[in-house]
Design a protein around this ligand. Structure first.
Ligand SMILES: Cc1ncc(C[n+]2csc(CCOP(=O)(O)OP(=O)(O)O)c2C)c(N)n1
Ligand SMILES: [Mg+2]
Length: 330
């Protein structure tokens, strides 16, 4: 079924809201308002929104350390997510988890993970439970190109294919694992080609094209829902900021990238600009309506900032709640 104008414009809104969220967060980090650090996905919004738009209401996602976009694309409450990243009591884990431990169980977002590749096999376990319970859901795991080189990836994808587990594996290939270029870590840069080794379909898509990502993930969810098992999608993209907000604030924090590389991608492959152009070609967006949508998304972030900045810090007495099992708790 082709995507309707309304759906496409909502996808555009989501991408823009993610951009405002992460640009705003970067400013908060510079002001010392973000405890610890956080990893923004500026430049990767099409992967998050294209993937999540292909899911049904009841499907699950599991994400990584670079997760804000995935959560917002899946419809998590922006106020609660921002409050968590700022370490506030109103956050999804009361401010204890921060940017790398986000979740929203009401939106089927089972959690994010600071262990690179850690989510891949949690998704396999969730998928196995889905299969046993015959609920017809899917679990989608996001991870990066670096994670695809971990043993968990190989073991998990093999088993998921063997048991026809209803999982979808979305690898955001942003071409770096921290400061390591993929070209120095892999002899074969085509991660999707690995799918053949496990006996599942592999798709290599332009991760700056939200519709291309949507279509690949939709094929994968259709297959998984039929009981035919998992697929691997590699969405080739680029992160337009450093590895983490903290690293970007350090002198030399971006020295591992060749001069001009970020600027080239920003000028030619910014997924939001690409999508705006496409929507204009389709006659769904004008300069005027683009400005209005822009203002709406900025307003959503401003309202979330107001909520999060004015939220209380967690009480010291709560430091150990949810950390150890409570006596008598089931
Ligand atoms: C098991 C493990 N090894 C190393 C790290 C340190 N680390 C954090 S993020 C990262 C890079 C991950 O690269 P990738 O999977 O491509 O994700 P990206 O950061 O590019 O989104 C590394 C090495 C970690 N958190 N966990
Ligand atoms: Mg990477």
């Amino acid at each position: 079924m082709p995507l309707t104008k309304e759906t496409l414009l909502n996808m555009y809104r989501r991408m823009l809201t993610i951009r405002y969220f992460e640009e705003g967060l970067t400013e908060f980090s510079k002001q010392g308002l973000v405890p610890g650090t956080g990893h923004v996905s500026i430049g990767e919004e099409a992967v998050a929104v294209g993937s999540c738009s292909a899911l049904g209401e009841k499907d699950y996602i599991i994400s990584t350390h670079r997760a804000h976009g995935h959560l917002l694309a899946r419809g998590a409450d922006i106020n609660i997510i921002l409050a968590e990243v700022l370490g506030k009591a109103t956050g999804c884990t009361g401010g204890k988890g921060g940017s790398m431990h986000l979740s929203d169980f009401g939106r089927q977002i089972l959690g994010t993970n600071g262990i690179v590749g850690g989510g891949i096999n949690i998704a396999g376990g969730v998928g196995l439970a889905i299969k046993k319970r015959k609920t017809g859901q899917i679990c989608l795991a996001f991870f990066g190109d670096g994670a695809a080189n971990r043993g968990t990836f190989h073991e998990g994808l093999n088993l998921a294919a063997l048991w026809k587990i209803p999982t979808v594996y979305v690898c955001t290939n942003n071409q770096y694992g921290l400061s390591m270029p993929q070209s120095k870590a892999c002899a074969n840069l085509d991660i999707s080609a690995r799918a053949a080794a496990y006996g599942m379909p592999g798709y290599r898509v332009d991760g700056t094209d939200v519709i291309a990502v949507y279509e690949a993930v939709k094929s994968a969810t259709d297959r998984a829902r039929k009981g035919d098992g998992p697929s691997l999608i590699e969405a080739v993209s680029y992160r337009l900021r450093g590895h983490s907000m903290r690293m970007d604030q350090m002198p030399g924090g971006s020295d591992y990238r060749p001069d001009g590389e970020v600027e080239d991608w920003a000028a030619t492959k910014d997924p939001i600009n690409i999508f705006a152009r496409k929507l204009k070609e389709l006659g769904y967006l004008t300069d005027e309506s683009a400005e209005q949508i822009d203002a709406e998304c900025k307003q959503v972030f401003d309202a979330a900032s107001e909520f999060a900045l004015n939220s209380p810090e967690p009480e010291p007495e709560t430091a150990f709640t949810w950390v150890y099992a409570q006596e008598g708790a089931k």
